[in-house]
Write a new protein. Structure first.
Length: 283
């Protein structure tokens, strides 16, 4: 399978995403506020994973685009909420002032709310087979609620050095959305049993991603991150580096990546994940 490079995908997908948002509501002020966040760009890693897997499963482009937009819209809404003064109180996201710094807290809260709900509309308007769509929406409902549970755990639990609790936060806050990216295309292809396996593998990939992100939060610069480094430590939030040192964290990543690659059932997608893991860990 010839894989579309992430940079090329990102350029195409950003245009698709902006078009979706600009046509999502007739309220121009709301559109302007939401578009501001999307115009800052982003990794677009989650929709890229969906696109690669959909291509391997020979699913239509509309399916890949719909699933990808739903995930990225929700993810962006969650980031808007994360940056609010009541939560992470961050002034910078993707190298520019956060939404609440430019448009105010009230607008940021409601813009985030809009983006958390809008994905269901995207899915309902997709070309996903109607019988399979119900399974996808059921998965989406559980996924989105679990992510919010993870966010809640992230800001409320006190024992930040508890390794078991840390993994639960990582699995729910980050892993669950990646789980959807791994499983939803498989559901759209009608492979329910394999979808359950892919859901678990996606969660594992999310944990790898989060540990690598925790490392970068402590070691990268503001310019590299596009946001404030060291924020987790400042807020005493759950981080892999609360329970292990850098060397141990990198060993955990290596172990999880090996297991993940051994278990993935789709050869082309396995190659994509292997390449991405090398990039994620090296940065």
């Amino acid at each position: 399978m010839k894989t579309l490079p992430l940079d090329h995908f990102r350029t195409q997908f950003d245009q698709l995403l902006l078009s979706e948002i600009r046509n999502s509501t007739s309220d121009k002020d709301l559109v302007n506020a939401v578009v501001y966040t999307f115009e800052a760009g982003g990794k677009r890693l989650r929709p890229y994973l969906i696109r690669c897997l959909c291509d391997e499963l020979s699913l239509g482009r509309n399916v890949a685009d719909s699933l990808g937009k739903a995930v990225e819209v929700f993810h962006t809404g969650s980031l808007i909420h994360d940056d609010l003064p009541a939560l992470d109180n961050d002034d910078l996201r993707r190298g520019q002032p956060t939404l609440h710094k430019v448009f105010g807290e009230e607008v940021a809260i409601l813009a985030g709310d809009f983006l958390l709900v809008h994905p269901v509309r995207i899915l309902l308007r997709s070309s996903i087979d109607r019988e399979r769509l119900l399974s996808v929406i059921e998965l989406w409902t559980e996924t989105s609620l679990t992510v919010i549970e993870g966010e809640f755990l992230d800001v409320t639990f006190q024992d930040t050095k508890n390794e078991k609790t840390l993994e639960e936060v990582h699995k729910k806050k980050t892993g669950e959305l990646f789980g959807f990216c791994f499983a939803a295309p498989v559901l759209c292809a009608g492979e329910k049993e394999t979808a359950s396996q892919m859901l678990a593998l996606g969660r594992d990939f999310g944990i790898v991603f989060q540990i690598a992100d925790d490392i970068k939060d402590m070691t990268a610069t503001r310019a590299t991150l596009g946001k404030t480094p060291g924020k987790d430590a400042l807020l005493d939030r759950p981080s892999a580096l609360n329970v292990m040192d850098l060397t141990q964290a990198r060993k955990v990543i290596d172990k999880k990546v090996r297991r993940l690659l051994e278990a993935l059932p789709y050869e082309g997608f396995r190659d994509v994940i292997e390449h991405l893991c090398k990039q994620i860990v090296s940065k």
